[in-house]
Design a protein around this ligand. Structure first.
Ligand code: SF4
Length: 228
């Protein structure tokens, strides 16, 4: 598997925010979101080729129970098929006693994963760019429903302005019954300054919509630094 980087940090988003975690960033994403903060991991050939056992060995260098499989888009290969080695890697890590979060855009249902938290971040139209492969069918409610029905989950939406909340509402309507504590809106930002500037309006929109606000701790703490 091509691995962009493996590093130890704090989980910056979602229900496990602040939790010390080892991040395994798998290389490659078929999308090109306008505000993506991991463009260096878009190429499926980026980073180092490691077999699953080598990845598990590196993860085990830190005495840390929480592991995050992220990307890029960790679930897929360039053709939107299941990424080879992913299911095996998840089971190896689970057998070593790890708690596993998988961070995905929710574009593909993969059965048989060892996954303690499926962290799904469906992209709104604010993610589209001219070079993006963003397509109308990218939000596939049936795929996300299957992920939610199979794994413990959270849903994170990146919103740029209060106007985006209506699009989130429409997506949530298509997903059916959800636990509101597992759904959160996060401000779109690529710097700590931008995050702080956008947060009050998004927080107010969350209050009005009755949706949870999700802060992005890693940006606040480390701004644009990588691997921390
Ligand atoms: S899906 Fe995620 S990794 Fe891929 S381009 Fe969008 S934000 Fe970046």
């Amino acid at each position: 598997m091509h691995v962009s980087e493996i590093f130890y940090s704090l989980q910056g988003e979602g229900m496990l925010v602040g939790t010390p975690s080892v991040f395994v960033r798998l290389a490659g994403c078929p999308f090109r979101c306008r505000w993506c903060d991991t463009a260096y991991a878009w190429d499926f050939a980026a980073g180092q080729e490691l077999v699953e056992g080598q990845i598990a060995e590196q993860v085990n260098l830190w005495p840390c129970r929480f592991v995050v499989l992220t990307g890029g888009e960790p679930m897929t290969d360039p053709d939107l098929d299941v990424r080879p080695g992913l299911v095996d890697l998840s089971h190896r890590l689970h057998a070593a006693g790890k708690h596993i979060t998988i961070e995905t855009s929710g574009v593909l249902f993969v059965p048989d994963l060892a996954c303690d938290l499926m962290s799904i971040s469906p992209k709104l139209t604010n993610a589209a760019s001219r070079t993006d492969t963003h397509r109308a069918d990218r939000f596939d409610s049936e795929t996300i429903r299957r992920l939610i029905g199979t794994y413990p989950y959270q849903l994170k939406f990146v919103v740029e302005s209060p106007q985006d909340v209506e699009e989130v509402r429409q997506m949530l309507d298509r997903l059916g019954d959800l636990d509101p504590a597992r759904v959160m809106l996060m401000p779109q930002a690529s710097t700590a300054q931008e995050l702080l500037r956008r947060s009050p309006a998004i927080a107010e929109a969350c209050k009005q919509a009755g949706l949870r606000f999700g802060q992005r701790l890693h940006l606040l703490l480390w701004d644009r630094q990588r691997g921390v």
